[in-house]
Design a protein around this ligand. Structure first.
Ligand code: GAR
Length: 202
């Protein structure tokens, strides 16, 4: 059976990478296969998760010269069909996205278009939501384009804010009820679409 070859890009602990790996093991992510992980930080916890799952992992530090060229070369060399930004905190240029020319999707821990764009990442997103006083937040998976968090939305899920929430408590709830469910579902949707296109070309 044809599958889409997936690269997952990470910067942090890698719980979203883990959700993707687990969905693949359970057969829920079946149209795509995770064949490469790229971490942009040498110490990222996600690296150990990739190694444990037996997925090749490259560390390409974002601050080093030629970062985008090296990522692009790695994606091309392994014939990657789609890239998933799973807690990846870098921002790719329009040139990179058009040179890759394949779907790139991202998970963001709020209901876009709230609390998104430049400077909104990780715990900062939840701090901002709590400061604003919103009663509902959530998670969004979207296509990546040249506008930060600005691409078309694939899936979105609301998560309630509860009295006494701290940014850390809220982050965990958004992950459990939102991100870890949505990201594998979106990966399957986009992979299935890639497979359909591959099949129609055969
Ligand atoms: C996740 O909450 C993800 O949505 C967020 O970083 C966290 C990474 O956790 N991403 C962004 O804020 C992107 N703008 P993880 O490394 O455990 O998956």
């Amino acid at each position: 059976m044809l599958t889409a070859s997936i690269a997952v890009l990470v910067s942090g602990g890698g719980t979203n990478l883990q959700a993707l790996l687990d969905a693949q093991s359970r057969g829920e992510l079946k149209s795509g296969q995770i064949t490469l992980v790229i971490a942009d930080k040498p110490g990222a916890g996600a690296i150990a998760r990739a190694e444990k799952a037996g997925v090749p992992c490259l560390v390409i530090p974002r601050r080093e010269a030629g970062f985008e060229d090296r990522v692009l070369a790695a994606l091309r060399e392994r014939q990657i069909d789609m890239a998933i930004l799973a807690g990846f905190l870098g921002i790719f240029s329009a040139d990179f996205l058009s040179a890759f020319g394949r779907p790139v999707i991202n998970i963001h821990p709020s209901l876009i278009p709230s609390f998104c764009g430049k400077g909104f990442y990780g715990l900062r997103v939840h701090e901002a939501a709590l400061d604003y006083g919103v009663k509902v937040t959530g998670a969004t998976v979207h296509y990546v384009n040249e506008i930060t968090d600005g691409g078309k939305i694939i899936l979105q899920k609301a998560v309630e804010i509860q009295p006494g929430d701290t940014p850390e408590i809220l982050q965990r709830r958004v992950m459990e009820e939102g991100e870890w469910i949505l990201l594998p579902q979106a990966a399957e949707i986009v992979s299935a679409e890639i497979v359909r296109k591959k099949e129609s070309r055969q």
